[in-house]
Design a protein around this ligand. Sequence first.
Ligand code: BEZ
Length: 252
Amino acid sequence: MAGPPSQRWDPARYARNARFVSELGAPVVDLLDPQPGERLLDLGCGDGALTRELMARGCRVLGIDSSPEQVAAARRQGLDARVGDAAELAFDGEFDAVFSNAALHWVRRADEAIAGVHAALVPGGRFVGEFGGAGNVSAIREALTVALAERGVDAAPLDPWFFPTDDEYRARLQAGGFQVREVRLFARPTPLPGDVAEWLEIFAQPFLGGVADAQRGALIDRLRELLRPRLCDAGGRWAVDYVRLRFAADKP
Ligand code: BEZ
């Protein structure tokens, strides 16, 4: 994963509350169809859970992430990972495939990222990934907009997320020189292991930073109130309204 400067990752908290992110990445690994001996780039590797899975398939994998904390967590497990910005890749024909799960929605400079991936691949190389697409976490985005407006704060300039439509991302991939095999947008409501407050504290920091620390608890209480009718069932179980954009493209 990646994120703006106002978004920080706590690997221990992430491992406790957000393990579902890498667990739900298994179909994306299958779509990549990694082959033993291939050289892969895991773009937005986070703490390396899927990097490890790709290595288990016999690949040589470099992980890149903008979070020094997550990269340190990946390296502690012996993975080859380094800090880097997905929109500023500087590789030249080094990888058979670039893989990315749940990271590219943090990269607003999408065309720069696509260009860097294209340059990083060998001819015939694959770019396969999944991230948040149009409509992703819309209940959460709307609640953030409302709760911040109630406090006199405009959420728009705080919003770090890039959730394109399938048509938009297909066009960007094609403009970046890729032959697109598939781009698919689908709803995937995702049960949370705990309370939505944890999700907000982990993933919505750029918005929460719009209020003073002393107001943060009250803001989260208000968000829970706004979100409960839409995201919490009668048994008190929360689920997030994820929409995924899954794609596979080839460099000719
Ligand atoms: C996502 O995986 O779709 C996502 C995660 C954090 C913030 C926004 C979206």
